[in-house]
Design a protein around this ligand. Structure first.
Ligand SMILES: [Mn+2]
Length: 337
């Protein structure tokens, strides 16, 4: 969950999958809250429980959502309606492809009001409109934000197209440190709200982010043209001296060759710091059960940047050029033929 204010209305962004989501939401809603809007939040048993708990506290609760009939608990919508009656407006996607049309501009503003929304761009645009922040084309953008294959420069406003591409620059979700991806998303959402309100600096920041990302993707595609195979099952690329490039794009291109192990020659990293060049090996995820890179290293070898080899896990290995040529590549040839 993350939160920030849109204009003057506090907004929380969360899913309602588990009890912990309900508890965190209830804890984050200030005790003097009089009115809560849930928007674009699919009905689940946990959402129904959250709504019930707020109503029991005397809070006026509204639900505006377009997930009717979807998900594992289609009956949860009825549980929400049983508690809220007319304050629940739960339609299907055909009726409202985006949630912004389910609220009026500025309908949920004023002291004591809190918005809770799904943490995606549809939830965000609906929250913005409810909190009184809009831009020309927001409703049309909202319809496209929930349908990824439809997203393009033609279907979205220039700002909408910028924000969907900016989203693809976010760090990927790491279950060990979920706050990294979450904080980055919160920051991006806030920049979008500012840009939508006419803040030129926020808009330029989003555009710069997209431009840097797209340059990195283009550079990775250029590098991918130089992918070779030094032995069976191994895909190799040399990135030394190359400008910044998108590692995901490059890895995807290497894995697309059908290899089991990827090798990147690079000029950054702990081994490169000591030996100028570093070879970084990774086992493709679906082959991680069958391949242990530690078996390529002679028993008793020291693992350190100084020794020119770092081999602590089964699926990653880093080495110097000398160790690559004398030890690792010959061992790969023995392993894969
Ligand atoms: Mn939605």
């Amino acid at each position: 969950m993350f939160s920030f204010s849109i204009a003057t209305t506090p907004a929380l962004f969360t899913k309602f999958f588990a009890a912990v989501d309900r508890e965190a939401t209830l804890a984050a809603i200030p005790s003097d809250t009089r009115r809560v809007l849930f928007v674009d939040t699919p009905s689940t048993p946990e959402l129904a429980e959250t709504v019930k708990a707020l109503v029991e506290l005397g809070v006026e609760v509204h639900v505006r959502d377009h997930h009717r009939g979807e998900g594992r608990n289609p009956e949860a919508a009825e549980a929400v309606e049983a508690v809220l009656g007319g304050n629940a407006r739960i339609v299907d996607r055909k009726t409202s492809p985006g949630c912004a049309v389910l609220v009026e501009l500025g309908e949920f503003t004023g002291e004591g009001t809190v918005i809770v929304a799904d943490p995606d761009l549809d939830g965000l645009t609906a929250s913005m409109k409810a909190a009184g922040v809009s831009y020309e084309g927001l409703e049309q953008d909202a319809e496209i934000f929930d349908v990824r294959p439809k997203q393009s420069a033609e279907t979205l406003t220039p700002l909408g197209w910028t924000v969907v591409r900016a989203l693809s620059t976010l760090p990927s979700f790491n279950p060990q440190r979920p706050e990294i991806a979450e904080n980055a998303k919160a920051e991006l959402f806030q920049s979008f709200v500012k840009a939508a309100s006419g803040d030129a600096e926020a808009r330029a920041g989003l555009e710069a982010k997209v431009a840097a990302y797209e340059a990195g993707v283009a550079e990775a595609k250029r590098l991918a043209e130089g992918i070779t195979s030094p032995c069976a099952q191994v895909s190799f690329v040399d990135t030394c001296g190359a400008p910044r490039h998108d590692l995901n794009t490059l890895t995807q291109a290497m894995e697309a060759t059908g290899c089991k192990v990827t090798v990147v020659r690079k000029d950054a990293g702990p081994i490169a710091a000591a030996h100028r060049v570093q070879y970084s090996l990774a086992v493709v995820r679906k082959h991680q059960e069958e391949i242990d890179l530690r078996n390529l290293v002679p028993e008793g070898s020291e693992s350190s940047p100084k020794a020119g080899i770092i081999s602590n896990t089964s699926f990653l290995l880093h080495c110097s050029e000398k160790v690559w040529e004398e030890v690792i590549l010959p061992a790969l040839r023995v392993r894969f033929g």
